[in-house]
Design a protein around this ligand. Structure first.
Ligand code: FMN
Length: 190
């Protein structure tokens, strides 16, 4: 099994990075192949909104890291996306990336969009300084997860589970419970 991990946190020792590290180690223990991408290390130009990719299934912009990540996603059986909540949503660099990959993820038809990534599965994780239960009730981590569900849902990628970890300012360290949650969720892929 091939698993792609996309880390949208710029903080190398933040909670998202640490949770993804635990998940990565668990996957590697099972002998699966992991590709790991940090959104902030990518060179991706913003989508110009020309819509020509909807017909040609190609982007008119010069090739950059968005095509490379799209290929990794196409080759993956499952994707794990870690995104801290920024303004009740996902960080801009991750949004840029998904905007540029739209033609490989869904196809416009006169009626409903056609998903191009059926059969793949996803795990989503988000963090916020807003503590539980307000991170969920006020669409903080929940806003980031909702945005990711929208994107992956149109691609036909099935959700295996999510982790929403609030209160990161008051509790900046992962607890044993957080660690176990990460491992248990990853185990659902096998
Ligand atoms: C630009 C920016 C916007 C943010 N917006 C929110 C927000 O809307 N709600 C919130 O609770 N926390 C917000 N935060 C705080 C982050 O979600 C929080 O620091 C998170 O724990 C970072 O996770 P990480 O350590 O995994 O990167 C924001 C942080 C930044 C840098």
């Amino acid at each position: 099994m091939n698993i792609l991990i996309i880390n949208a946190s710029p903080r190398k020792n933040g909670l998202i990075s640490n949770m993804l590290g635990i998940m990565r180690a668990r996957i590697e223990e099972k002998g699966c192949n992991v590709e790991f991408v940090r959104a902030n290390d990518l060179a991706v130009k913003p989508c110009t909104g020309c819509m020509s990719c909807r017909k040609s299934a190609k982007c008119v912009l010069p090739e950059d890291d968005s095509q490379r990540v799209l290929k990794l996603l196409q080759d993956a059986d499952a994707v794990i996306v870690g995104a801290p909540c920024y303004w009740g949503n996902i960080p801009g660099q991750l949004k840029l990336l998904f905007d540029r990959m739209v033609y490989g993820m869904m196809r416009d038809t006169p009626r409903f969009p056609e998903p191009l990534m059926k059969g793949k599965r996803a795990i989503l994780i988000s963090t916020s300084t807003t503590p539980y239960p307000f991170n969920r009730l006020f669409n903080q981590t929940h806003g980031a997860i909702r945005a990711l569900k929208e994107i992956l849902g149109y691609a036909g990628i099935k959700l295996v589970g999510t982790i929403e970890r609030g209160g990161t300012q008051m509790h900046p360290e992962l607890s044993d419970k957080d660690r176990r949650k990460c491992e248990k969720l990853v185990d659902k892929l096998f």
